[in-house]
Design a protein around this ligand. Sequence first.
Ligand code: ADP
Ligand code: MG
Length: 595
Amino acid sequence: MKHLFSGTKPFWAFLIILFALPVLPNPLHVSEYWITLLNYIGLYSIVALGLVLLTGVGGMTSFGQAAFVGVGAYATAFLTTQYGVSPWIALFVGIALTALVALVIGAVTMRLSGHFLPLGTIAWGLSLFYLFGNLDALGKYDGINGIPALSVLGLSLRSGRSIYYLIWVVVLIAVISIQNLLNSRPGRAIRALRGAGVMAEAMGVNTGWMRVVIFVYAAVLASISGFLYAHLQGAVNPTPFGLNHGIEYLFMAVVGGVAHVWGAILGAVILTVVQDYLQSVLPILLGQSGNFEVIVFGVLMVALLQYARQGVWPFVARWFPRGPRARSPEQAEPLARRSKPAQGEPLLVVDRARKEFGGLVAVNDVSFEVQAGQIVGLIGPNGAGKSTTFNLVTGVLQATRGAIHFRGERIDALNSREIARRGIGRTFQHVKLLPTMTVLENVAIGAHLRGSSGVWRSLARLNAKEEQRLLFEAAEQIRRVGLEQHMYDEAGSLALGQQRILEIARALCCDPTLLLLDEPAAGLRYREKQQLAELLRKLKAEGMSVLLVEHDMDFVMNLADRLVVMEFGTRIAHGLPEDVQNDPAVVEAYLGGVE
Ligand code: ADP
Ligand code: MG
């Protein structure tokens, strides 16, 4: 834990107060009422923490978390009262059941675009609520009573004061496990889900599966909260697991700050305390009873979205530790490398590739070859079909016809993940990086396929050794491209030229045999272009092969071994740069035209 919270006295003070609260002596004695409130805050925090991961980090909105709380609560209620099963066994049954349900719902909805997930979770939240309320075995709307108290090491957790510790230990475990996860191989992939999915796929991340996995983890946290709730209450009924509570959980995460782990707890505190206060004050003020706090919350939500999109957390964050930032180790065992092709071996062979968009032929039976150790420039005026060709090779688009081979294997039917796995590293015409992550973390995403530790190992920090190796590899590639003085800067703070070089380091991290760069010089200043050209020469000298898609003829002229020129989707010339430069068709189409 030291590395997580070093230099953070307020955090330790918070922890000590948290754990001392129930046992403070008399003048400071905390009443039963406040302990109950704190217990509920803890239970809500556990659910909201899952939403931070799912919604704040992963970008997926779920209204259905309350239903997962219900699965955990009903599982233990049913098993302990009907069959006398030990609560701890019931806990595992509840978790397994929740994971299974979440896996099915996740697998169905996650692959669909945007709003299907929220809609799916609403449907799920509603149907489970009615299921709880209509099953005879679950006591219909009366629910189940007489749920036994938990006991730990022979100690009964009947009183609010005793279960308090269990609840808050679970909260802390949830916080630490999520922090662990976010600073790991799968965590970096998860952080890329929101807004950089295409990039993540090109680095070999199975984004669809990642989404399902964090959906399952968030559901499991909710289920554990439900388990604790059932044993705290001693009774369950369907009401707390309905859709409006699902919305409340989401609201907590948003109020606290949905992108911050501690924001979840803060949100749970604010909502619980404010709700409790409003419930007692509003009916008196208005002279009649009713759930008026809902209206106040609605207004609060609108104000928040207007003035504090990040929630309240950033205002309190100064006193708490910022999320730990990965550092590269001094030394680590190097990762395995793939076998390198012999110089001159045909690496990429594009054979009459064709791509039609409706009636438009964007790539018209184009053929060319990249041999190992070469830099090949694919050039042409805007709209010539360069990017489309690039996308065919990288698996972003499927060719209408034709074949593409890489190291003797046909790759034109593979997706971008599979193509990355075979050793093609790529950059993007419009830089795709995670601006609030450090350069090191961004580059480490490139090494995704060279690690294997998944979400579960990372949650428990069993991945430390591999993590060191991945980060060391990322640091090595950063040094290789000469970006080491920016290793721990936020990627968003770099100049465009440096961001392009960051992308090259990230692509190098997957140990590619072929590097594909889409217009790396676009938008760069003269000096930056020179640095980029220098870097590409260095990589070539080290044996790297490069396919360079470029609009800027001067940039490739002194760099490329061979050029392929396209216009209107067709290859109009190819060969040595000096021959191509003097080719009348090229002069006419490219240099003499609008250019
Ligand atoms: P370049 O990268 O050489 O500037 P592109 O490959 O981006 O050219 O585009 C080639 C042609 O294909 C252009 O006419 C462009 O409008 C068209 N095009 C590219 N992508 C699509 C698409 N997804 N749908 C329809 N037309 C497209
Ligand atoms: Mg383009």
